[in-house]
Write a protein that binds this ligand. Structure first.
Ligand code: PLP
Length: 467
């Protein structure tokens, strides 16, 4: 499979180039040059497969052909999902006759990002081995992404990973999930500053050409196509379990950067009858406003009890826009440039109407989210984290009548003990594998927000591992 940029001004690339590059040179996002499609018979044949085998089969058209063989990918999927604490990997729990929670939190960091990142970390190692290269992955996190990236890259032979977090501004669970990882190739940096300072430092490291080239800087952020590819299989598994390809299903996805819901939409492009996409947001409701009145305007970020959806703009939306513009890269570039200049995205009315035929928006503020956690517990006996609760509320409110709806359960409730206590008066226990998280020793370096200081820490660390 070759990949093209949504802005049309970058050379096409094979999968391994896309994996290592992340963003295209023209500022666009990579998308497959053509969507692979499976026949109904091919889908039905996947129903009986163990999850790792199904994942390899769904991802193969996107990944295999160059440096990665089908056998390599199968091996990586098996190894990645062996580390999950549930044999089904992504169990589907029935809440009421037509509402199902797809539990995506049985991986090492208890959130859905593990599903793609556990494979992506292995893909990095494999592709770098083939090229005899190394990379240093740098990233900033306010919570979930950092720990999932660290767990994906720990102990990998060809990768060093340095993650910046704002000191004292992440939750204790989230910080400990990063700082208690003991691995020679993991560096945690606690920055005296905010999450925005951390993000600015990462951008500045990439902008420092000497540093970037010396360190072979790379990223595993949510625009990397490998992450989207790794998120398609669980929507496939759930849809097949509920009767697809012989029956329509809907999905409801708690959404931030639009990566997870885009993966569900990719499953539709590949031939599965997913008839409706419900995009669930918190008070940061840019997507809900867009879907309701074609108002895609960036406002300031509000902090909520569902922090992984606290976003200003959803970067992966560009991929959907590109598709709904009939893959017109010139029009996509123009709209994105306007958006950057004005903070408001002018989507042509006919395109907006077409998007609305498939997508419905929904949002809940914090009070309503906490109330919903209580209602889900009372009605279903189910403990949903704040992100998942918004998705379940959206599923109930927006699913077409009589159609089964898959609500993505994106995080384990034990990750958000304070919100859970406010909602239902309990602090959910951590699963067995993380029981002693609060006793494990933490390891991290401190830094001011001076670029030179952070770069020196990363340089020393990467050289130590290279020596
Ligand atoms: C990252 C995250 C989201 C948002 O996912 P996107 O792919 O960015 O839309 C939702 N819930 C949880 C728990 C997350 O960690």
């Amino acid at each position: 499979m070759r990949y093209i940029s949504t802005r049309g001004m970058a050379p096409t690339r094979p999968f391994d180039g896309v994996l290592l590059a992340g963003l295209a040179e023209d500022g666009g996002l990579f998308v497959p040059a053509a969507w692979p499609v499976f026949s109904p018979a091919e889908w039905r044949a996947m129903r009986s497969l163990p999850y790792a085998e199904l994942a390899a089969r769904v991802m193969a058209p996107f990944v295999c052909g160059g440096a990665v063989s089908v056998g390599n990918l199968q091996g990586m999927c098996r190894a990645a999902y062996r580390g999950f604490d549930c044999a089904a990997v992504v169990p589907l729990v029935q809440l009421e006759s037509n509402v199902f929670a797809l539990e995506l939190f049985h991986g090492p960091t208890l959130a859905f990002k593990d599903l793609a990142l556990q494979v992506a970390g292995r893909l990095f190692d494999h592709v770098l081995e083939a090229q005899d290269e190394r990379v240093t992955i740098v990233g900033a996190t306010s919570g979930d992404t950092g720990s999932a990236a660290i767990e994906a890259c720990r102990d990998r032979a060809r990768v060093d990973i340095a993650i910046l977090h704002p000191e004292g501004r992440t939750s204790e669970v989230q910080r400990r999930q990063m700082t208690t990882v003991r691995s020679h190739n993991v560096l945690n940096i606690a920055v005296t500053g905010t999450f925005d300072d951390c993000q600015d430092l990462v951008k500045a490291m990439f902008a420092d050409a000497t540093f970037r080239d010396d360190m072979h800087l790379s990223a595993v952020n949510s625009i990397n196509w490998a992450r989207i590819a790794g998120q398609i299989p669980y929507f496939v598994a759930a849809a097949l379990a509920l009767g697809a390809p012989d029956r329509d299903v809907a999905v409801s996805v708690p959404t931030g950067n639009f990566g997870n819901v885009l993966a569900a939409w990719a499953a539709k492009r590949m031939g599965l009858p997913i008839a409706r996409f419900i995009v669930a947001s918190n008070a940061n409701d840019i997507l809900a406003r867009f879907l309701a009145y074609n108002d895609m305007s960036a406002t300031g970020v509000v902090e909520t009890v569902s922090p992984s959806m606290d976003i200003q703009v959803s970067s992966n939306f560009e991929r959907l826009l590109f598709e709904f513009l009939g893959r017109d890269a010139t029009a996509t570039s123009r709209i994105m440039a306007d958006f950057r200049a004005t903070g408001r995205m002018a989507v042509p009315d006919d395109v907006w109407r077409a998007v609305r035929r498939e997508f419905t928006g929904f949002s809940l503020d914090d009070d309503a989210t906490l109330a919903e956690i209580g209602r889900i517990e009372r009605d279903y006996g189910y403990i949903a984290d704040p992100h998942t609760a918004i998705g379940i509320a959206a599923a109930r409110a927006c699913a077409p009548v009589g159609m089964p709806v898959i609500a993505a359960a994106t995080a384990h409730p034990a990750k958000f003990p304070d919100a859970m206590e406010r909602a239902i008066g309990i602090r959910p226990a951590l699963p067995e594998r993380l029981k002693d998280l609060y006793e494990r020793p933490e390891v991290f370096q401190r830094s001011s927000k001076r670029l030179a200081e952070v770069e020196a820490l990363v340089r020393n660390f990467a050289h130590r591992n290279n020596a």
